[in-house]
Design a protein around this ligand. Structure first.
Ligand code: UD1
Length: 310
């Protein structure tokens, strides 16, 4: 049976990936410290779960040797840009050092992996004028988060080029959907908006709402990851996005219509390091057979229905 490791597998995106892989009959192991992930996200599937920090190198080494995974999906991260600005050193240990340590251990021990996939971020592109963002557009990592994601992504690709490891990296744009944890001020904006709508609480909008994002529904992200991991090409980076661009204020109004509720907006200063415009060119992903199936409106409908049913 194919053995898969998902770090961060109890989190929002990782748990959707875990559900999909279990359905496909894979033997799935998850390492997650539950800092943002939740055990209940994976309670209903048959996986081996370790509540553990990926920064515990000794633990990771033992696990990698013991299980000899075929596929490793590296999703464990402090996923918040703003959090990395507050705690650059702590987030660096998770977002970069743990990744390099894992790659180095695989190399030194000659572990027989079929693919190591690292999840990088659209944050690496920063605020440069190239638009929409292509994988070989210039980068401008503006925050510790973006710097670490970029460095880890380069390490991932280099471990492929220099040492022949089968590696791939993806740059996630703004992923949204059910199970995204809204409980931190640093959580993904759509999870926070959903919670505010549900609980009739005011929403703090940083900036004037004209900042744009390429929002991609989590189902599409999992399908993109499945398509990418089937490739046996040289180490490559793929944008994972919808290919659309929506101002935050428009997203809020669309969501108000869908939910039939109004949200009270409190305007505040833009966040330090925040990006103004974001949109992906997804031609590279389309070339290998991926098509996004979820429009923003359909995705938001599904997201809202999920909470309405709960
Ligand atoms: C997000 C992801 C990051 C990913 C990147 C890729 C999260 C937490 N962050 O960063 O992991 O790598 O996309 O593009 O999912 N905002 C508000 N009010 C709030 C929260 C946010 O106005 O309460 C604003 C932010 O200032 C920002 C926008 O909403 O302008 C999106 O913020 P956020 O969801 O944190 O995502 P990114 O910073 O784009």
């Amino acid at each position: 049976m194919t053995k898969v490791l998902i770090t961060g597998g109890a989190g929002f995106i990782g748990s959707f990936l875990a559900h999909k892989l279990v359905k496909l009959g894979r033997d799935v192991t998850i390492v997650d410290n539950l800092s943002m992930g939740r055990k209940e996200n994976i309670d209903d599937i048959d996986v081996t779960f370790y509540q553990h920090d990926v920064c515990d190198h000794q633990f990771m080494h033992e696990l990698l040797t013991k299980r000899e995974f075929d596929y490793i999906y590296y999703l464990a991260a402090v996923s918040s840009v703003a959090d990395s600005v507050e705690r650059p050193l702590e987030t660096h240990e998770v977002n970069q050092e743990s990744v390099v340590d894992t790659l180095e251990y695989i190399r030194k021990q000659n572990l027989p992996i079929k693919r190591f996939l690292f999840t990088s971020s659209a944050a690496v592109y920063g605020n440069l004028p190239d638009f929409p963002k292509q994988e070989d557009s210039h980068v401008q990592p503006l925050t510790p988060y973006a710097i670490d994601k970029y460095a880890s992504e380069r390490f991932t690709i280099d471990y492929g080029n220099l040492y022949g490891l089968p590696t791939t990296a993806v740059r996630f744009f703004n992923v949204y959907g059910p199970r995204q944890n809204p409980d931190s001020p640093y959580s993904g904006v759509l999870s926070i908006i959903t919670k505010c709508l549900k609980e009739n609480k005011p929403f703090t909008l940083y900036g004037d709402g004209s900042q744009t994002r390429d929002f991609v529904y989590v189902d599409d992200v999992v399908n993109a990851l499945m398509t990418i991991s089937k490739q046996s090409n040289e180490p490559k980076v793929y944008n994972v996005a919808n290919g659309g661009e929506t101002p935050l204020i428009d997203v809020i109004h669309t969501y108000e219509k869908i939910s039939g509720k109004q949200i009270k907006i409190k305007f505040a200063e833009s966040r330090n390091g925040d990006i103004n415009k974001s949109k992906a060119d997804i031609s590279r992903l389309k070339e290998i057979g991926f098509e996004p199936h979820w429009s923003l409106e359909d995705g938001l409908k599904n997201y809202w229905d999920y909470y309405a049913k709960k």
